[in-house]
Write a protein that binds this ligand. Structure first.
Ligand code: TYC
Length: 103
């Protein structure tokens, strides 16, 4: 073999480390005041969910206290959180949205 460098499989090889950027979960938190229809609208508008998917996730947040609404790169997750927080604030709803690094 012409490309044999003399190394054998018994010797340590350096792993080609092509490491992927970390992903972030975007979480929606429950509260007692934000109207359910507003949350459904947020999920349709900023997360591209259809009405049925949006309603289902809204109900999960309402019942469990929070839910993951999507997983994104750091930059996209930050943008989603900012868009939701700004939209909620402008409509004077206390809806909270946050992000968390995926394990
Ligand atoms: N708990 C709210 C209500 O009963 C509805 C709600 C759902 C609020 C999801 C926030 O992230 C949320 N009106």
């Amino acid at each position: 073999k012409s490309d044999d460098d003399g190394q054998t499989d018994l010797l340590t090889k350096t792993k080609p480390k092509t490491k992927r950027p970390p992903l972030y979960k975007v979480l929606l938190l429950n509260d007692d005041f934000t109207p359910m229809e507003f949350v459904v609208h947020v999920l349709e508008r900023f997360f591209g969910l259809n009405h049925a998917q949006a309603f289902e996730i809204m109900l999960t947040v309402h019942k469990k206290g929070l839910a993951v609404v999507g997983v994104f790169s750091h930059e996209i997750a930050e943008t989603k959180v900012a868009q939701v927080m700004d939209f909620a604030r402008r409509h004077q709803h206390p809806l909270q949205c946050t992000m968390e690094k995926e394990d």
